[in-house]
Design a protein. Structure first.
Length: 158
């Protein structure tokens, strides 16, 4: 098996989850990954082997955001309820759909930062490296996104 195939089979599922986390649609995530791995195949010779994973990560995020901007579809999820703690210790009850609707009102880059931090469990330095942005920018976007979520949750509970 060639080097490309090895990388594809080793990393496909991780990048699928990343793209799916942004797009919330399995078929669209598969389409994005097809584009990502096709680009990787053609650019592989220009990428250092130690940078393959970070190149794939960055390209998956960028392609997913681009796709999201083009389609901007509403996701279809079940309506399970979630409890959220607000900063004042109050518990707020919202459905997954309600939370997803709130999150989708954020700019795509803020959505990606939230996903990388809270779903994929990357720290600020890792997100900074993956997105090729300064740590301060990542912290600022994360702060803005969390502040926005808290305000929306608090306002809906009143």
């Amino acid at each position: 098996m060639g080097e490309f195939e090895d990388i594809y089979y080793q990393w496909y599922h991780k990048f699928f989850r990343l793209s799916y986390g942004v797009l919330k649609d399995e078929e669209e995530a598969k389409e994005v990954l097809q584009e990502v791995f096709t680009k990787f195949y053609y650019h592989m010779a220009n990428v250092k082997p130690e940078a393959y994973v970070s190149w794939l990560h960055r390209t998956t995020i960028n392609q997913s955001i681009t796709h999201l901007r083009k389609t901007r579809k509403n996701p279809h999820v079940n309506d399970d309820e979630l409890d959220f703690r607000t900063g004042d210790g109050e518990t707020s009850r919202h459905t997954i759909n309600e939370m997803r609707e709130i999150i989708e009102k954020l700019p795509p880059i803020h959505q990606v930062v939230l996903q990388l931090r809270f779903y994929d469990n990357y720290n600020i330095a890792e997100i900074s490296n993956l997105l090729s942005l300064p740590e301060g920018t990542i912290k600022s976007r994360l702060h803005y996104a969390l502040k926005y979520l808290k305000e929306k949750i608090s306002n809906e509970d009143k």
